[in-house]
Each structure stands twice: as structure tokens, then as C-alpha cells.
Design a protein around this ligand. Structure first.
Ligand code: HT9
Ligand code: FE2
Length: 356
């Protein structure tokens, strides 16, 4: 059964990253504005970027993924242009949504590049949509965001195949399988999902996605740990960190690790620095073998996944999920999924807060 496609474009919404040395500080200022990230943490992260000439691969990777989605849309006979906009760096989502309006786009589906719920992974993208529509005003298109896909079979299969390839690379079928996702403040994780769900939607979805992948590759043991912690040291974030975990595994006699960055969809800077440098260096220092699995970005199944999510909204595809956990995030014009869903842990005080 094919429904009528009543959208006229797709907006690919991502994080953004610098494309040269002079972009690094303004980009980091955009990311951390009002979020209490200490200056020395910022300086340290700036160095990670400068190590790669001030260029994050994320924009190039997004453009490659978009090209694959455009090919898949064409192959499936769907006539939908794909626009690219970011939260923190050019092309900024405000500018992209303005261009969409100028091109006459009235209703677009939004794919945001995170599989999970939570403030940073989901609701902050809703805020981006809200801000971009407000900046454009009356002529702004309706923007309908696609759902979280952490347990979609195409995502799980793609990640599982990448893990199998990493096992080949490490050359030890007994290597410990360790999943990582971006750490967030424990308070943000506790506040993720609608309150009636009991919180922790982000970490529960990450743990579930990891379980689904581990099951498919037939791993008899796996761990879920965190990476890329930011923020002031006194604020608790999800732990353990991948680097500490590698040390702990070494202490337990583990000699080989396959690390799967299941929290991310592309091999961007947090992956190539925090895992391919920091985690890999720690493993080498301890004499452990280490391989990191690729993220889905350039896997054709990822493009098929995106088009399938589009077809869910346009009437052609069933909702495919491998777990019973809720997939949220599918809301219109930047509305949160539900009242108090994924509220930011540290947000600027508003009149409403002061009354509470
Ligand atoms: C959950 C999550 C995802 C996954 C969901 C998604 O993918 O959207 C993600 C992705 C990313 N995070 C990225 C980069 C950064 N994240 C930072 C800081 C933070 N991330 C947070 C969370 C997340 N982040 C949080 C709670 C902070 C603290 C500040 C705040 O409360 O917002 C900082 C500041 C410096 C620092 O690390 O301290 C940077 C530079 C890049 C781009 C990499 C590139 O350039 O290639 C990507 C894809
Ligand atoms: Fe981040």
C-alpha cells in the first residue's frame, strides 16, 4: 500500500563541526554557550580539533550520507529534495530553513542524526527546529521530525556487521565487546523521556541497542560504557569512561577489545579522537589488542533506514522495531514529545522556573 507523499522536502539536521582552524573557537562557543563547560576543557577540546587541522569530518560525512539518501529516494521514486542544516556550524539550520522557505517548501520531514532520546540527542534538535522556524517567521515550513531508531532492524544489522568486521580486524574471537555512547550528566539521563516513563530513556535505549547488536554477533559478554565526558568535574556524568574501562578490563586479564561506538551514526571527531586516539592508545600502552567498529554513515542500509523512516510518515512502510522500548522524537515544529520530556538538566532560569 502506498500512501500519498504529502511532504515536499527533507531536512537533514545535525550537530555541525568546524571546517578550518579559524572555525574551531567560534564553533566551540556555539556548542557550549550557557552550558557551564570550564575553559580548560574547552581549550583541551580545541586542541583535538587543531590536531586535525581544525577540520571535523562531520560535515563531509553528513554530505556523503545525504548523497546516499538522495540516491535511495530516487531509486524508490520519491521526489524529495534533501536540505542540510546544523545546530552549531554552517550550514546553520536557521539559514537552511530560510532557504527552504524561499524555495517554496511548505512541509518537510526532519531527520536528526541521533538514534536516541534524551536532551542532547533529541530534544535539543527540537529546540533547533523551534529556533529556526522562529528566525524565518510566517513563511517557515512545517517541520515534522522523524522518530528515534535505536532498535530499527536496519540500524542494528548495520552496526552488527561493522562489529563483525572489527572482530576480523582484531583477530581474536574472544575479544571483549565494549559499546560506547556519549556520556551526559546523570541528571540529564534521569530526566530523559517523559517523567511517567520513569526516566533514563537515553541510557536504556543505548543499553537495549547494544544488547540487540551483541545478540546478533553472538557475543557471550559485552559492556556498555561512556565517552567524551564534558562539563565541570563536580557534576556527575554517566560512567565508567571507556579509557578507565579498558584499564579495568586489563586488570581482569582481558587482552583484546572490540569497541563499538553505538551512540553515534558517523565517524566524527568524538569517535576518531576519543576512541581511535585516546582509547586505542590506552589499549596499546597496556599491550591489549584493540579495534573500533565503523559507524553506519556510509553503509547503504543507513540510507535505506532513513528512507524507510520517511515512508513510515508518508504511508508506505510499517513501523519496524526490535524492542518494546518506546521510540519518541516524532513531533511537529519543535514541540517536545510530551510535557517535561527530556528537559535540560541545566537550563537558563525562566519566569516559570522562578515561580516553581
Ligand atoms: C548525547 C550527545 C551526543 C550524541 C547525540 C548527537 O550526535 O547529537 C553528542 C554528539 C556530539 N558532540 C559533539 C561535539 C561536542 N560536544 C560537546 C559537549 C557536549 N556533548 C553532549 C552530549 C552529546 N553530544 C553534552 C551533554 C555536552 C556538554 C555541553 C552541553 O550540555 O551541551 C562539545 C563541547 C566541548 C566538550 O566536549 O567539552 C563538543 C565539541 C559532536 C561533533 C563532533 C565533531 O565535531 O565531529 C557530536 C556529533
Ligand atoms: Fe557532544
Amino acid at each position: 500500500m502506498m500512501g500519498r507523499v504529502n511532504y515536499d522536502a527533507v531536512l537533514w539536521l545535525s550537530f555541525g563541526g568546524p571546517e578550518g582552524p579559524d572555525d574551531v573557537m567560534p564553533f566551540l562557543e556555539n556548542v557550549t554557550r550557557g552550558r557551564g563547560v570550564p575553559p580548560d576543557r574547552l581549550a583541551e577540546v580545541a586542541e583535538h580539533y587543531q590536531h586535525f587541522g581544525g577540520v571535523s569530518p562531520i560535515n563531509r560525512l553528513n554530505r556523503e550520507a545525504i548523497a546516499a539518501v538522495e540516491r535511495e529516494l530516487a531509486a524508490q521514486g520519491l521526489d524529495l529534495p534533501v536540505y542540510f542544516g546544523n545546530r552549531n556550524w554552517h550550514p546553520l539550520v536557521e539559514d537552511t530553513v530560510r532557504r527552504m522557505a524561499e524555495d517554496g517548501v511548505q512541509r518537510a520531514l526532519v531527520f536528526s542524526t541521533s538514534a536516541y532520546g534524551g536532551y542532547s540527542a533529541c530534544r535539543q534538535y527540537d529546540e533547533d527546529i523551534l529556533r529556526a522556524r522562529a528566525a524565518v517567521g510566517q513563511k517557515a515550513p512545517q517541520l515534522v521530525k522523524l522518530r528515534q531508531f535505536f532498535d530499527h532492524p536496519l540500524f542494528v544489522e548495520s552496526v552488527a556487521d561493522a562489529v563483525r568486521a572489527a572482530y576480523e580486524q582484531v583477530g581474536d574471537p574472544g575479544a571483549r565487546l565494549v559499546f560506547t555512547a556519549h556520556s551526559v550528566p546523570t541528571a540529564a539521563d534521569a530526566a530523559s523521556g517523559p517523567p511517567e516513563e520513569g526516566g533514563h530513556r537515553y541510557s536504556r535505549q543505548v543499553v537495549e541497542a547494544a544488547r540487540l547488536v551483541a545478540e546478533r554477533v553472538g557475543a557471550d559478554a559485552h559492556d556498555v560504557v561512556w565517552q567524551s565526558r564534558s562539563g565541570p568535574p563536580q557534576v556527575p556524568w554517566l560512567e565508567p569512561d571507556i579509557v578507565d574501562h579498558i584499564e579495568a578490563l586489563h586488570g581482569d586479564g582481558v587482552s583484546a577489545v572490540v569497541c563499538c561506538p553505538i551512540g553515534f551514526v558517523s565517524d566524527h571527531l568524538e569517535v576518531i579522537w576519543d576512541l581511535d586516539n585516546e582509547a586505542a592508545d590506552k589499549a596499546a600502552e597496556l599491550g591489549m589488542r584493540f579495534a573500533r567498529s565503523a559507524t553506519p554513515n556510509s553503509d547503504p542500509r543507513f540510507a535505506r533506514l532513513v528512507v524507510e523512516l520517511i515512508r513510515e510518515q508518508t504511508g508506505g512502510a510499517p513501523v519496524r522495531k526490535l524492542s518494546t522500548l518506546v521510540s519518541g522524537g516524532d513531533t511537529a515544529n519543535g514541540a517536545p514529545c510530551a510535557t517535561r520530556c527530556c528537559e535540560p538538566a541545566r537550563r537558563p532560569a525562566t519566569a516559570v522556573d522562578q515561580k516553581e
